[in-house]
Ligand binder design. Sequence first.
Ligand SMILES: [Zn+2]
Length: 87
Amino acid sequence: MSPSEHLNNLIQCGAKTRQGGSCQQPAMPNGRCRLHGGKSTGPRTPEGLEHSRKANWKHGFYSAEAKAERREVTSWIKRSQQNISLS
Ligand SMILES: [Zn+2]
């Protein structure tokens, strides 16, 4: 096997490039090359995980907590409307 054939058999990173193609670098164990997060093992500490979760947090309108709250209020309103029409 020639050196270039050997490179083709390695798992490629495949990250989207600015040229519109996909990255041809050999991937690290997590599936990305060293330039596209291959070195990163992600957040490990609880603070790191929380920071990561909130990194793009705008207002929380779509958070599970806020959605559940709206659902509860809506169903409460619906129920009270039904009660009014029944009486
Ligand atoms: Zn890459």
